[in-house]
Design a protein around this ligand. Sequence first.
Ligand code: GLY
Length: 534
Amino acid sequence: MAKADASAQSAVAMPDSYSSDTARAILEQGGNAVDAAIAAQFVLAVTLPEAGNIGGGGFMLIQKDGKGDFIDYRETAPSAAHRDMYLDKKGDVITNKSVYGIHASGVPGSVAGMWLAHQKHGSLKWNTLLTPAVKLAENGFIVHPKLASSIERYITRMAKKEVNINFAEHFALAKANTVFKQPELAATLKRIREQGKAGFYEGKTAKIIADFMDEHGGIITQADLKAYQAKSRTPIKADWNGYEVLTSPPPSSGGIAILQWLKMYELIKPSDKLANNSVSYIHLLAEIGKRVFADRAEYLGDPDFYEVPKTELLAMEYLKERSSTITPDKISNTEDIKPGLYESEQTTHFSIVDKWGNAVANTTTINLGFGSGVVVTGAGFLLNDEMDDFSAKPGVMNVFGAIGGKANEIHPHKRMLSSMTPTILLKDNKVKMVTGSPGGTTIISSVYESILNAVEFNMSAEKTVNSPRFHHQLWPKNVIRYHPGLDKQVINALEKMGYSLDERRFGDMHVIINNNGKLDAASEASGRGKAVVF
Ligand code: GLY
């Protein structure tokens, strides 16, 4: 490992105070950014049940000792899964089956992902990294009022939907500003602490999960758990605007999408710099978004099952042609935008930089807030509803309004397509920026806009994460979703052009920017995050 300069700073930008304090403590004990990330991931499984997890998956992007690595711990379809498992006899998608309840979950990948990251990059003992989470589960943590109110809202909403979940049995007692203990989760975390990966995928925990599935008609088996493998993949690395963008490869759609977005914007932006969040800026980026999402629906899927045409999708000639039909003042017809090669969102993210200049961008998820709403009784953790990120039927939208086809159809052991896009910007192979966000398909917009905010508009980390963002994804037709705070005149002008504007906040960004060795970190003000430079 490179020698740390005595004055070198570290920084963490995390989705809650418990993960922030833990990541900082691990770095101060001499751990590296990956150690801090592993400890934080397990803490979030205790203190951020909306998205932190051991019952889900994610992606960890690492820049360490000058080299990139990408730990893919995305969930997989169980071996009994099949293409039409969410369709009724008439071939229609069964409402909510892939979203709530026992059938919604893929085989969890988080514990295997952390284990692989530790084996490859960790420097402190595994046991040390698990202990903060064990303590918080066993002794309890103080429930943030924002968590308490999202639990309350979720219980009310689910009761109205009449879905078959046991969420309330486990979480109704988590009241604002009171101590909430999770003894079953503590026991599971102890098994993971003592036995490593096998403490989840084999032995007692695996048996509890498989028996629970069996009892409730689910399909994840002990053999599925034993077979799960996290993978180390080569990150996508591409030049852009004097920087190298290190980002997420498939099964994330996000890396290719943000690069298409950033590169097409370079190609079509006028020579007079556009103002941030002006009508022209939002229109041009929405037009690019139409093309990006048409490609996403057709070409992106698990690379172990489907050959993703990565090189073609990022070729300059292709992007030039693809952006050539964009005009500065007219919306293109949604139905005409086809794939181009011939033819409560939740999740959570954190960013860490250590004193050696290593960085981790980690995005992790159980899909929607509180995942499938199902807690594995006896093991104390929420299961994901990630199966909804597969395409249940060609052309039919999932909860994020994303459509897909063959590339993302269900197949046993296949990883479902993701929008999670942990990304690191490099300058001369040194970390310039660490970024990422939750938010389903809106993640892609949050990430590319954060990069433009920091680089094109030279914003501080605070401004980068809090400046209003917007999102367009081809369907629904000409709808631009946006954050409160966008200029009213801009909104009126976009409506006049023919867009429908939908004010709905998305994402929760945690960003670190390196200004020539001085770190600047921020967590989005609307969340319960905590960023600190030390
Ligand atoms: N579950 C959201 C995503 O992976 O994109």
